[in-house]
Design a protein around this ligand. Structure first.
Ligand code: 5AD
Length: 343
């Protein structure tokens, strides 16, 4: 079955379910080997880096899993100014970053006009760089304006492709239907689009993961973000168990085989969940890492979950450590926009 997945890039729902439920060391290693092979056929041993700028932890949404949900009164809130954001890009550019990811809560202060200003300035200063946005759900018109201002990519995890499960992770004002609508809008506007989900989020069943994988295969995103769920103590899911690193790696490999050209990050959550998690992610088929470019004094406030890494190889100061840890496993961090490979 795993060879069929490698050769055809697809499996039926029944086969995927079997693969997820019946994980053996043999299956795990075969999947990993074939995913690494496929990854090297498409991207060689290059690892793309993205400079992550967490520009605001103010959010109007109240997602049950997320540490920066509006209902959490324990977080110290912050937002960066336009100049602070540009200065993050400046430091990042000097170090070789050619993609900047603006990620933040759904902070009403950041209107389309402000984003247009930020994107236009980044693109004017650094025309050889890609700008990725991760701003949550916005209207079609808003996505359109930001795209016209020069944004290249947009990351918005679908979180779970099962409507009922979606409603167990989010308050009533949020629905899977509107999430999917937003993702389709992004794609139709020509963004390189990223979706994705958490592994081991509360109430997640193997059947939900099958739906996630089938959705990913059908939607054909350029990017997929998959990381383990990590509890944050001041959220309603604060005492739920963390997601499994082993299953996350397994799903990264399956995703690489379903979509050979996909840009697949070894996420911060994976690196935070286990020492060496990021390296294991690359060895399982991931080809992107996203070090943090945010100013050091705000970094520990972007607490999506507890024990989130924000120093060392996860950060801009640790870029050399990251280069070394990638070299040690046979991979090379490159200075490149790192667009998705085309067929
Ligand atoms: N654990 C792991 N990932 C989380 N995210 C939010 N909260 C958590 C958490 N507690 C992920 C969501 C979101 C992305 C920005 O971070 O999938 O889309």
């Amino acid at each position: 079955m795993i060879h069929k997945l490698y050769e055809t890039g697809s499996l039926t729902a029944e086969e995927l379910l079997d693969l997820i439920i019946n994980r053996t060391p043999e299956r795990r290693e075969l999947l990993r080997e074939l995913a690494e092979k496929r990854r090297q056929e498409v991207y060689g041993r290059d690892v793309f880096i993205r400079g992550l700028i967490e520009f605001s932890n103010i959010c109007r949404q109240n997602c049950y899993y997320c540490g920066i949900r509006c209902g959490n009164t324990k977080v110290q809130r912050y937002r960066l100014t336009v100049d602070e954001i540009l200065s993050c890009c400046h430091s990042g550019y000097k170090l070789g970053f050619r993609t900047f990811v603006l990620q933040g809560g759904e902070d009403p202060h950041f209107t389309d006009d402000i984003f247009v200003e930020i994107i236009t300035k980044i693109k004017a200063f650094y025309p050889d760089c890609a700008v990725s946005l991760s701003l949550g759900e916005r209207s079609y018109e808003s996505f359109k304006r930001l795209r016209e201002a020069g944004a290249d990519r947009y990351l918005m995890r679908h979180e779970t492709a099962d409507a009922e499960h979606y409603s167990m992770l989010h308050p009533e004002n949020l629905s899977l239907a509107s999430r999917m609508e937003a993702l389709k809008n992004l794609k139709s506007l020509g963004y390189q689009t990223g979706c994705g989900f958490m592994v081991g989020s509360p109430f997640q069943k193997p059947e939900h993961i099958v739906k996630d994988l089938l959705f990913i295969k059908e939607f054909q995103p350029e990017m997929v973000g998959i990381g383990p769920f990590m509890p944050q103590k001041d959220t309603p899911f604060g005492d739920k168990p963390a997601g499994s690193v082993e299953l996350t790696l397994y799903l990264l490999s399956i995703t690489r085989l379903l979509l050979p050209n996909v840009l697949l990050p070894a996420t911060t959550a994976l690196g935070s969940a286990q020492q060496g998690g990021r390296e294991s992610g690359v060895l399982a088929g991931a080809n992107v890492v996203m070090p943090n470019l945010s100013p050091t004094d705000v970094r520990d406030k972007y607490t999506l979950y507890d024990n989130k890494l924000s120093i060392g190889a996860e950060s801009i100061e640790g870029l050399n450590a990251l280069r070394k840890s990638m070299r040690d496993i046979g991979y090379e961090v490159v200075t490149d926009r790192g667009d998705a490979a085309r067929e």
